[in-house]
Design a protein. Structure first.
Ligand SMILES: *Cc1c(COP(=O)(O)O)cnc(C)c1O
Length: 400
């Protein structure tokens, strides 16, 4: 049977692999050898699932959104990752990786963060596990995302502002890798999405796969069958989408739709739609689609949503798009904003701006009336309130 999962060499088709400096070879090799035996061990599974249940609050509800369904003429369920502790799906991955780090004997944690959401999730689990934590963050982002910086510091993490380059996520990642090169023996690098060198994309996808495992059980209870007709998720690096589709990737009865950040439009220079606008290259240790110029220099992506403006994309998603297993569409800033206000007024749920890019796909897909759709709400919108406020005169209109 054809499989879209990772192959034994760490590739999804032509994408993936581990393109790393020589000095990290042994560290990454150790991780590659150890991650599956540890993840599959009884002791890991017991501790991971106990924390997901009692600390994160899982299983997250699968909510039948009646008014949204009426509007789009199908049966829409929302997978409520916004209800997790710290407000998004990122905690699922952070908990799993810190448990792995401890079992590998690591004593220090580093991470990169853009908007600060992954940094907060890592700082949270480091407080929980009493481990020292340094989070690399571009100096521009430190200014823009002040509240998350304060949250990380309150949690006991050291936030390290990166002054090189454009002082954003790409520069923070380079600095984190530099740190890792200097301390490979004792330091574990917790990567926040299905990106980076093999085995990270597979590791993160497995840790997020709890999302689709729950969807299977919950759909069976609601609908009498354990698969939907359609899955919808937003993609930045790809982790909430990977978790949403994980157990359905090879089930071709299930249509997969991914929303990437169009920014001001894919025909403009201000976009983060990597799958549609990128070309094959190497970023953060993996071969994937990258926003780059003719000289291979990274082009700074743009999206109103801070969690989606990543210049690469997970190798799994590049492969799914290339093979036409997933339909990838860009959702522009205005389309996401409209969708966020619509969900708020129809269902009383304020979504994260990232998640609004999944909701923005609803107008772009043709549904049959009886079709069962599961859409992942990756996070809650509290952090985006200022952005919503700035645009509310255009979008906050009653829906009757
Ligand atoms: C970080 C983030 C994303 C994007 O990351 P993925 O790895 O693509 O899931 C999406 N939604 C929310 C709420 C986030 O915080």
């Amino acid at each position: 049977m054809k499989s879209y999962q990772i192959d034994t060499n760490g590739y999804y088709g032509e994408f993936g692999g581990a393109y790393i400096p020589e000095i990290l070879y042994q560290t990454v090799e150790n991780l590659r050898k150890e991650y599956l035996p540890i993840l599959e061990s009884q002791s890991f599974q017991t501790e991971y699932h106990a924390l997901l249940k009692d600390y994160v609050g899982r299983p997250s509800p699968l909510y039948y959104a009646q008014r949204l369904s009426q509007k789009y003429g199908c049966r829409i369920y929302l997978k409520r990752e916004d209800l997790n502790h710290t407000g998004a799906h990122k905690i699922n991955n952070a908990i799993g990786q810190i448990l792995l780090a401890r079992r590998m004997g690591k004593t220090r944690i580093i991470a990169e963060t853009g908007a600060g959401q992954h940094g907060v999730a890592v700082a949270t689990v480091c407080a929980l596990m009493n481990m020292p934590c340094r989070v690399y963050m571009g100096a521009t982002d430190v200014q823009r995302q002040h509240m998350n910086v304060e949250r990380m510091r309150m949690l006991g993490a050291e936030v390290f502002p990166v002054e090189s380059g454009n002082r954003t996520l790409k520069d923070a990642t380079n600095e984190a890798i530099r740190d890792w090169c200097c301390h490979p023996a004792d330091t574990f690098y917790i990567i926040g999405s299905t990106v980076g060198p093999h085995p990270y994309p597979d590791l993160v996808a497995r840790l997020q796969s709890v999302i689709s495992r729950e969807i299977k059980e919950q759909l069976l209870a609601h609908e009498g069958r354990d698969y939907p007709d359609c899955l919808i998720a937003c993609v930045g690096g790809g982790s909430n989408a990977a978790g949403t589709i994980y157990h359905y990737i090879d089930d071709e009865r299930v249509r997969i739709f991914l929303g990437e950040a169009g920014g001001h439009g894919i025909e403009t220079a201000e976009t983060a739609a990597t799958i549609q606008c990128g070309s094959t290259g190497i970023i953060h240790g993996a071969r994937t689609l990258v926003m780059q110029d003719a000289d291979g220099q990274i082009i700074e992506p743009y999206s109103l949503s801070a969690g989606l403006d990543y210049p690469g994309i997970g190798p799994l998603h590049a492969h799914l798009a290339r093979m036409h297993r997933a339909t990838v569409m860009a959702v522009n800033d205005d389309e996401a904003l409209r969708a966020a206000f619509e969900l708020t007024r129809l269902e009383g749920i304020i979504p994260a701006l990232e998640s609004a890019h999944a909701l923005g796909l609803l107008t772009k897909i043709k549904f049959r009336a009886d079709e069962v759709v599961v859409l992942t709400v990756s996070g809650r919108g509290d952090k985006d309130l200022e952005t919503y406020l700035a645009h509310s005169s255009r979008f906050n209109t009653p829906i009757f």
